[in-house]
Write a protein that binds this ligand. Structure first.
Ligand code: ADP
Ligand code: MG
Length: 239
């Protein structure tokens, strides 16, 4: 009986996730389907066709992002951590996200970086996912504003590194800041509310912490503290 109960609960939980994922994916699919039908039936001018194709591409990209968010949150965190240098990781994410920033009229740049490697015990793909999540949110927060700017920087202290993500976007109220990281919490029409849930879980699992400073209409800065790998571990990793 006990076993049966657990199975049912599991199925229920999976059902809830499937339902919300289906809901999220269905919207972009419906949009793209509608456009394809209009184009097939020659019911759109050439300019309209071009516009419909552009929107469809955006919608498909969004679907991809939704699937990425769901996969990240549903997979258990990796048990195979290695020593990774955060500096090149940060540079890679800036490069990766620059087209997204440009598309939103936002300048994405790199602030202060330490002159030496920043070794962490982490999984590269998870770290990258986390950096992308924060950067993406910061860009999205600036997208409706003039002179939007997002800056990523690193500061080294004795035993930890602080990663700063600053934007001059829409900001948040105290109530909004309190809700950050709760599953499905999103204020966006097309958000999943999973990006920060994953990121906060990852930071917690690495014994790190997050501080948020936000002013409505002025901007937000996230400070993420992560413990550095112990020197002995680093030496071994380099050999
Ligand atoms: P999503 O981006 O899909 O909405 P997230 O978990 O990434 O989900 O973020 C949750 C919510 O946190 C966002 O919808 C937004 O309201 C808020 N948020 C996160 N980062 C920022 C930021 N830099 N500026 C303003 N609001 C933010
Ligand atoms: Mg997000």
């Amino acid at each position: 009986l006990q076993l049966r109960l657990i199975h049912n609960e599991k199925a229920e939980a999976i059902g809830q996730v499937a339902a919300s994922m289906a809901h999220e994916v269905r919207n972009p699919l419906t949009t793209v389907l509608g456009f394809l039908k209009l184009i097939r039936d020659h019911r759109a001018s050439p300019e309209k066709v071009e516009r419909f194709i552009d929107i469809s591409i955006e919608e498909i990209k969004r679907t991809e992002q939704i699937l990425t968010d769901y996969l990240a949150i549903s997979k258990p965190l990796s048990q195979h951590r290695e020593q990774i240098d955060l500096v090149p990781q940060l540079a890679a994410v800036i490069e990766l996200m620059t087209p997204y920033a440009t598309m939103h009229n936002v300048v994405l740049n790199c602030g202060q970086l330490p002159p030496k490697p920043v070794w962490l015990t982490a999984t590269a793909t998870e770290m990258k996912q986390m950096l992308v999540n924060f950067t993406k949110n910061a860009i999205e927060a600036c997208s409706e504003r003039d002179r939007g700017k997002v800056t990523l920087s690193l500061q080294l202290t004795n035993k930890s590194v602080s990663l700063l993500i600053q934007d001059n976007g829409i900001g948040m109220t105290e109530e909004q800041v309190r809700r950050l990281g709760s599953i499905y919490y999103s204020t966006k029409t097309s958000g999943t509310g999973l990006g920060l849930t994953f990121s906060y879980q990852l930071i917690r699992s690495m014994d790190g912490s997050v501080q948020v400073h936000s002013v409505p209409e002025a901007g937000t800065s996230f400070t993420i503290w992560l413990p550095l790998a112990r020197p002995l571990q680093v030496r071994r990793a380099k050999n």
